[in-house]
Design a protein around this ligand. Structure first.
Ligand code: CP
Ligand code: NVA
Length: 304
């Protein structure tokens, strides 16, 4: 029996020790950034987008190219997938051309359907439900800044969205507490292990190691009212509730002076650009794990 295809779509589908191994490898990739090992020599990654992107697109492209691989980027609107071609045929044809494919596709069900028919690894570059590559970079950043993720209090404020839901999936794996503070109508339905809901933003932020937020209007939700999110704005008053050495994180793009104020972004607590840079190092480690069956040699010491 051939080994299972290594899709990177849902964090809970990947064994915790493997996820931790990928994260350790991401740090290693950052350390070797000036002498990047050419482990993707001869390999190609396709990237398909049905939404905008700056960080995800650039970090995957640079990750593949720095390590000797190739990329092909397609706008979903320009593909037959937007006409009458099925996801099944798209997945099967892509599998004959490239060694892996990343999809930024609105529907989570659709990326799962693509993965069911693909014979190459499929990577989730953001769906309406999750953003696992972002969370790997975020955890890497927390480890860099605070030494470890385990036991930390991470407070998510604002919209309980795709990024927040992926943080919730990571909490039991890395053993941190995720406090979600958002309007009551968005409260997580069933709070998972390690996830608590506190409606009041000030109470939620008390003693936090990490304050994290995201846009109140995710792509595809344009026109929605943001008034109910105002009590969840990250501003200096809210940051004062957190620990003195707390960090502020945001996956970007930021809507300045909506979910976070300029004066918070200007402080040394804000680690947003390191977080963005770490997308690159995390993508390399994610790709290395996904593509190992295609001949990529990775350091076994990382426990893959
Ligand atoms: N954080 C993130 O995924 O950014 P992009 O939308 O620019 O890819
Ligand atoms: N929640 C945001 C994340 C963008 C990277 C969105 O889905 O638009």
């Amino acid at each position: 029996m051939p080994p299972p295809i290594r899709h990177f779509i849902n964090l809970p589908d990947i064994p915790p020790e493997t996820l931790k191994g990928i994260l350790a490898h991401a740090h290693e990739m950052k350390r070797s950034k000036f002498r990047p090992p050419q482990i993707f020599d001869g390999l190609s990654l396709a990237m398909v987008f049905d939404k905008r992107s700056t960080r995800t697109r650039m970090s995957f492209e640079v990750a593949m190219k720095q390590l000797g691989g190739h990329t092909i980027v397609m706008n979903a609107e320009e593909m037959q997938i937007t006409g009458s071609e099925s996801l099944e045929d798209t997945a099967k044809v892509l599998s004959r051309f490239v060694d892996g494919a990343m999809f930024r596709i609105s529907s989570h069900e659709k990326i799962e359907e693509i993965a069911r028919h693909a014979t190459i690894p499929i990577i989730n570059g953001l769906t309406d439900r999750s953003h696992p590559c972002q969370i790997m970079a975020d955890l890497m950043t927390i480890e860099e800044k605070l030494g470890s993720v385990q036991g930390r209090k991470i407070v998510w404020l604002g919209d309980y969205n795709n990024v927040a839901m992926t943080f919730a999936q990571a909490a039991p794996v890395w053993d941190f507490e995720l406090v979600v503070s958002c309007p009551a109508d968005l409260k997580p339905e069933a709070t998972a292990a390690h996830v608590v809901y506190i409606e009041d933003a000030s109470k939620a932020a008390a003693g936090a190691d990490v304050i994290v937020t995201d846009t109140w209007v995710s792509m595809g939700q344009e026109g929605k009212s943001i008034e109910k999110f105002m009590p969840y704005q990250v501003n200096p008053t809210l940051m004062k509730k957190a620990k003195n050495d707390a960090i502020f994180m945001h996956c970007m793009p930021i809507h300045r002076n909506e979910e976070v104020t300029d004066d918070v972004l200007a402080t040394s607590a804000s680690v947003i650009y390191d977080e963005a840079e770490n997308r690159l190092h995390a993508q390399k480690a994610i790709l290395a794990w996904c593509l190992e069956e295609s001949g990529v040699s990775v350091q076994k010491s990382f426990g893959f």
